[in-house]
Structure formats: structure tokens, C-alpha cells
Design a protein around this ligand. Sequence first.
Ligand code: 16G
Length: 241
Amino acid sequence: MLDKQSPVPIYHQIEEQLKQRIQTEEFMAGDMIPSERELAEAFEVSRMTVRQAITNMVSEGILHRKKGKGTFVAEHKMERKLQGLVGFTEEMRERGMNPSSKVLFLETVSASKDIAQKLQIEANEEVYVMKRLRYADEEPISIEHSFLPKCLAPKFNKEIASSSLYHYMEQEQGLEIGKAEQVIEATVADTEASELLNIEEGSPLLVIERVASFVDGTPFEAVRSSYRGDRYKLINEIHRG
Ligand code: 16G
């Protein structure tokens, strides 16, 4: 099965074979692959060599390890185009997935300096702070921690929060969403995020911080959304010059 005379390193040949078995769906997304020991025996190589191949495939995001359980074929990542301002509900529906939310909390607080600056309001003005866990087809995908000026939606409540914020602003409040500025960075899941998103502590997260405004320029939401790095990726097209 392996060509031990080839200049191609053995671990690389093992990677190629495993990738092929994933491509031909011998191993499907979510399946556990054989253990290092079993693979080492099957390929007649050392466990070290197998480990090298698996480690490379884990860092490429093709496989993932679950502590004490084994190594699994990763689910395909959802791709999100970095174009167009869409909300979570719209985005998942466009994919043919069923979006849902769990409102972890929704409270009224007075805005901190930082939040007031982002929302262009006075410090201490009332804002809603909410945390929502967002699901696609029953699978937790992201945690959203949002701040909204209370005066823009005085009757905002948990029921509205558990469906679509953008739908509420546009269809119920008759306000037109215009643009958002966002910053994207990487982080890792802490204990709370790992429990909510059903991933190991320390797993990668993709964090998007966004301030969204209505067409008249009034900011209506400052949010920090943390997406599972194993299920979500961002793509865009860029032009030279
Ligand atoms: C997205 C937004 C979030 C917004 C939500 C509205 C990012 C980073 N976050 O998740 O700020 O609250 O959509 O979705 O894109 P909804 O209309 O389903 O509530």
C-alpha cells in the first residue's frame, strides 16, 4: 500500500491515503477513524509515523481529536461570504438550514464607556445586553453577545430575541438596516463557550465584532459573535489595484 522506496515521506503517503478514503466516503464526516495502533499495524509503520500524518490532518482541519474518545473526520465547514450584511436567520435559511436560538439572558443595563462609544450614545444610557446561542439544524454554531440602545426598540423582549433581530428591526419597527463595520479575530473556547458550543475547551473560535447601523447612520447593535472554528469559515474575493 505504501511505497517505502519513494522519496515521498511515509507520513505524507499515509495522509494521501486517508484523504482518499475520506473522499470516497469510506470514512464520512463524524466517523471515527481507526486508532494509531491499528493504522500503524495496517500500514506496517511505527505509531510515530502515523501520529505525524494524523497531526498534520488535524491541523489542516480534516480530522479532529476528541480527548479519551478517538480521532474523527471533521464536518464540512459552512462558508460565509464576507459580502452583504445578513443576519444569522437569513444566512442559515439561505443554506437550507433551520436556524434557532436560545436566549441565555436579556437584561437592561447602563452603557459602559466602550459600548456607549460604539453605539454613539451617552455613557449610562440604557441598553439591552443579551447573549444568544445560535443553532443551525439543532447544532450550536455561535454565541452572540449584543448591546442594543433601548430607545430604538423599547418593547424588545425574549420572544423577539429568540427569533430574528434583523426581521424585527426591519419588518416590525420599519427601520432600514444599512451597514456594519466588523473586526475578525481568532481566539479559543473557554469553559463556558466549550459547554455551550459542545466543543473541547481550547478549541479555536472565530470571533466577529460588529457594529451595525441603520441607513441614517444610527448604530443599533454592537455585538461580539463567537463561531465554532471547526464549522465555520469566511471567504471573500479580493481585487488587485
Ligand atoms: C449575525 C450578526 C449579529 C446579529 C444577527 C442577527 C455577525 C457577526 N453577527 O449573527 O450581530 O444580531 O446576525 O440575526 O454577523 P437574526 O436576525 O437571526 O437575529
